[in-house]
Write a protein that binds this ligand. Structure first.
Ligand code: ADP
Length: 876
């Protein structure tokens, strides 16, 4: 074929696919041409040469056929989708066709042990459907949601590598998903999302009965799940058979953790990136990658279901009490391979002999594991049910079959021969017998010939060009018999062959080939039988992963002296001597109590900067999260009322690089929380309103406290440096003050932070004091004190109690005196000098009428700015 033809064919195939790049097989190489060649040349440092045709030249870059995988993997992990066109023989030569499109979400060759989710999202009848699958393990999930934010939060939890949106999904939603993940967004054939077609696809995959049991009556879920199957099928990855079950789950089964909270609590990654120092990084003692995936799943998706939580806690408790059995279990698991992934490899036909051996060895662990549990103190725990779950008989018989079939130490490639054990297949045994006897004849040939001819320097050998030959030293060539036919002369010797040797050689080659083919066929059959047991392998894999994750939780609990939380529903959060699970591993941690209950569900936490407020609040949130994940918790004792979600706004995360100001981010996070939290949630606020001028800041913090207290009524921890807010506790019944204890006189230079939390407000604001401690020159510190006093001029804010149910509490906080006044309206009082000027009055009216929850942050900012201007005007 001419060069033009090849490049032309490449460009034609490229136009058939929506993949970013095309690798086309040309004999022993996969080639990239034209722009694609330049691109991979840059990305992968591949040598780019020139292919000329008809006076034009095209860039060309290629990789040997057997080396494609690592290049594919590198491209796909960078987010590109690569089509692969294979060459096949036809009657008149050969042709090429695209056989696979490798995409981030369908990359089977990954070596990263973390889960690799592909997501499809669609919207039908106003509901979102979200399907998620990990093709490397066959895991397949689907859920539906009404709120966009739920879809975003779910995506951030699963952290998919590729998202395929349906035609009804708007760009804004995708942008939000991209903010918290590195997902590649792939546009795909919209018709796959049509509910009718999607339903047919699901029926074909799972059958009628299976579908009914999933109860997918939600068309959005059906559309997303069906489209996902179509996409996986169309990429040609060949793992559909490993997707043995579809699990429909309800987002309400799990604790709501919005994207910000997942980041703030550093569940799987720290703020600086990387898993070291994250919660998962700290408590993970799993010994298998599947176990780590399971633990990650529990931490990012803690349960809301007390039965589920208690069952996990029972297992962890059993493991903590039976240290010897736990060690034994972990030792067994240490030898386990990733069965779920092996099942997917068997299904796609990419598993080699060592993969099947890995299946065999891992299946062999199941009886040992069951014994370690059933014969120990763990026998009465739910762990016994967990190991009884997979079909152990089926596992044993599959293992026996693999034992019988596979050689003890098979070669790395499936075409090399030596894969299959003797005694497994009569035909193969016969071939091997004949091969061995031919080999024996060859081995003994030199001896026989030496004897027959009397030649001493005679040897029999084999090489690629000459095949088998008899080599005779130069000095003795005169003695060679007539039946020797010379084939080559070397410096010191000559090579010969004989008719019989030629015959034997042909026989050996024939037998070698036949053996290779037969072994390969036997191996593929075996691999298919393993693939047919994908669901069994997945069940065993899940069991091993679950036991590993539970043993890991127990290991950490035992080493850090954690306690079993009493999980109640609904109920308070009462923690005695609690610690922060990560900080306690690196510092001498001072334990603290948390007491959030009916009559004190809202704690205002005050104390100087760096005294430990945010650590205290995160610690409370993490204790709830760990308990609902089924883990013991860092405390002497803990009672944890199940919450439906944890919402946090912590620290000033600088997102200026993202084009949004810090204050803007702060306000939009606040707005999300106020919209999403319910009475059963836990809200953690670390400073609100800090990113703006004091008076706007206080106003927003103030209104937020009232709104959470009066309207939402959830458990809340709110750290603030606005010392003024502490007075709210006297007027809002569920608000209680706590503060971080400080030793020493505030004016003394050597005050120390005791890190203990005590009831009551902090007695003063320490901002200026901290400036002093930090060595800010004393004229500046002194002047700050003056300015602070001046700022506390006659400004007043009204506190509003709940309007429904009971008496309306009204109070006016006077910034000048730092005290509260009771009153039904924000009436002028004596300290105001009798009367408010009209500008102030109108600003206060508008402030009162502004709903923080219903006003966008931008409007809020604009309004506050406008109020400030009007107030300044009014003062003149
Ligand atoms: P704040 O929110 O008040 O500014 P942080 O919570 O950030 O303070 O804590 C400041 C420092 O004190 C951190 O380095 C933290 O590790 C440490 N710290 C906080 N709480 C404790 C504690 N209970 N025991 C020991 N060290 C603590």
């Amino acid at each position: 074929m001419s060069a033009d033809g090849i490049v032309g064919e490449f460009l034609a195939l490229k136009s058939e696919t929506d993949a970013d790049l095309l690798a086309m097989q040309c004999g022993d190489f996969y080639e990239f041409f034209a722009e694609d060649a330049e691109f991979v040349g840059d990305e992968l440092d591949l040598k780019v040469s020139e292919k000329s045709s008809h006076g034009s030249t095209y860039p060309m870059a290629g990789v040997p056929v057997d080396d494609l995988t690592p290049y594919l993997k590198a491209l796909v992990e960078r987010g590109y989708r690569v089509a692969v066109a294979d060459q096949y023989e036809t009657e008149d030569g050969h042709a090429r066709e695209i056989t696979r499109v490798v995409t981030p979400g369908t990359l089977l060759e990954t070596t990263d042990p973390a889960a690799q989710f592909l997501a499809t999202i669609t919207r039908v009848d106003g509901r979102y459907g979200l399907a998620l699958a990990d093709v490397t393990t066959g895991e397949f999930l689907v859920t539906t949601a009404t709120a966009e934010s739920d879809v975003v939060a779910e995506c951030h939890r699963f952290d998919p590598v590729e998202v395929v949106p349906g035609p009804t999904v708007d760009a804004d939603l995708l942008d939000q998903i991209r903010e918290g993940t590195d997902a590649t967004v792939t546009d795909h054939d919209d018709s796959a999302f049509a509910p009718g077609r999607a339903e047919r696809t699901l029926r074909e995959q799972f059958g009628e009965a299976a579908l009914d049991s999933v109860g997918l009556d939600d068309r959005a879920g059906v559309a997303a799940a069906g489209a996902l199957l179509t996409y996986v099928e169309e990429t040609g990855v060949g793992v559909l058979d490993a997707m043995t079950r579809l699990r429909a789950y309800d987002t309400d089964d799990h604790l709501n953790l919005d994207a910000t909270t997942q980041r703030n609590l550093e569940l799987t990654e720290t703020m600086h990136g990387g898993s070291d120092g994250s919660l998962l990084g700290t408590i993970d003692h799993t010994v298998t990658s599947a176990g780590r995936r399971r633990l990650r799943e529990w931490l990012t998706r803690p349960s809301r279901n007390r039965a589920v939580i208690d069952r996990r806690l029972d297992s962890v408790a059993a493991f903590t009490e039976a240290a010897l059995a736990r060690d034994r279990v972990r030792e067994i698991l240490d030898d386990a391979y990733d069965l779920e992934r092996l099942a997917a490899r068997a299904t796609s036909g990419s598993a080699d002999a060592s993969d099947l051996l890995a299946v065999r060895e891992t299946l062999a662990l199941l009886p040992a594991l069951a014994e370690a549990i059933e014969d120990s103190r763990l026998a009465d725990s739910p762990l016994a049910d967990i190991v009884a779950d997979p079909d152990r008989e089926a596992a044993a018989s599959l293992r026996a079959e693999l034992d019988e079939a596979l050689a003890e130490d098979p070669p790395g490639t499936v075409t090399e021969g030596g894969l299959i054990r003797r005694g497994y297949d009569a035909e193969l045994d016969d071939l091997l017998d004949r091969y061995e006897s031919a080999q024996e004849w060859l081995d003994n040939l030199a001896g026989r010939e030496k004897e027959r001819t009397g030649i001493t320097h005679l040897q029999v050998d084999r090489n690629k060009t000459d095949g088998y030959y008899i080599q005779v030293g130069k000095s003795e060539t005169g003695a060679v018999p007539d039946d020797y036919r010379e084939i080559k002369t070397l410096k010191n010797s000559r090579r010969y062959t004989t008719e019989e040797l030629d015959d034997r050689e042909r026989e050996v080659l024939r037998l070698e080939e036949a053996r290779g083919e037969l072994e390969y066929d036997l191996f593929t059959e075996l691999r298919e039988r393993v693939a047919a047991h994908a669901d069994l392998l997945q069940a065993v894999g899940r069991t091993l992963a679950t036991v590993d994750a539970l043993a890991s939780l127990a290991t950490h609990a035992a080493s850090q002296d954690w306690c079993r939380p009493a999980v109640v529903e609904p109920g308070p959060l009462v923690v005695e001597a609690g610690r922060h699970p990560v900080v306690e591993t690196t510092t001498d941690f001072v334990p603290n109590d948390v007491d959030l209950r009916e009559d004190r569900g809202f704690l205002l936490v005050t104390g100087p900067n760096m005294s430990g407020k945010s650590t205290y609040m995160r610690q409370a949130a993490l204790i709830v999260l760990l308990a609902q994940a089924g883990s013991f918790v860092p405390a002497r004792s803990a009672t944890v009322g199940v919450v439906d979600g944890i919402y946090t706004r912590v620290g000033a995360l600088d997102e200026l690089a993202g084009g949004r100001s810090t204050f803007m981010v702060e306000m939009s996070e606040l707005s999300n929380i106020l919209h999403s939290a319910t009475e059963d949630s836990l809200v953690v606020l670390d400073e609100v309103g800090r990113g703006t001028a004091t008076y706007d800041g206080i106003s927003i913090a103030w209104a937020t406290t009232e709104y959470i207290h009066n309207e939402i009524g959830c458990k809340c921890l709110f750290a603030t440096h606005y010392h003024e807010l502490t007075a709210l506790a006297d007027h809002l019944p569920r608000v209680e003050n706590v503060h971080v204890a400080v030793a020493g006189d505030g004016d003394d230079e050597d005050i120390t932070f005791l890190r203990t939390i005590e009831d009551g407000p902090t007695d003063r604001s320490y901002g200026v004091h901290v400036a002093d401690l930090a060595g800010v020159p004393s004229p500046v510190v002194d002047r700050s004190r003056d300015v602070l006093d001046r700022l506390r001029e006659d400004r007043a804010i009204e506190a509003r109690g709940a309007e429904s149910g009971g008496e309306t509490k009204q109070a006016v906080f006077d910034l000048s005196s730092g005290g509260f006044r009771e009153g039904s309206e924000a009436e002028p009082t004596e300290s105001d000098g009798g009367e408010l000027d009209p500008a102030t009055e109108s600003v206060l009216d508008e402030l009162e009428g502004t709903s923080v929850a219903e006003t966008s942050p931008v409007d809020l900012m604009a309004r506050v700015r406008e109020w400030q201007e009007r107030l300044e005007e009014g003062e003149k």
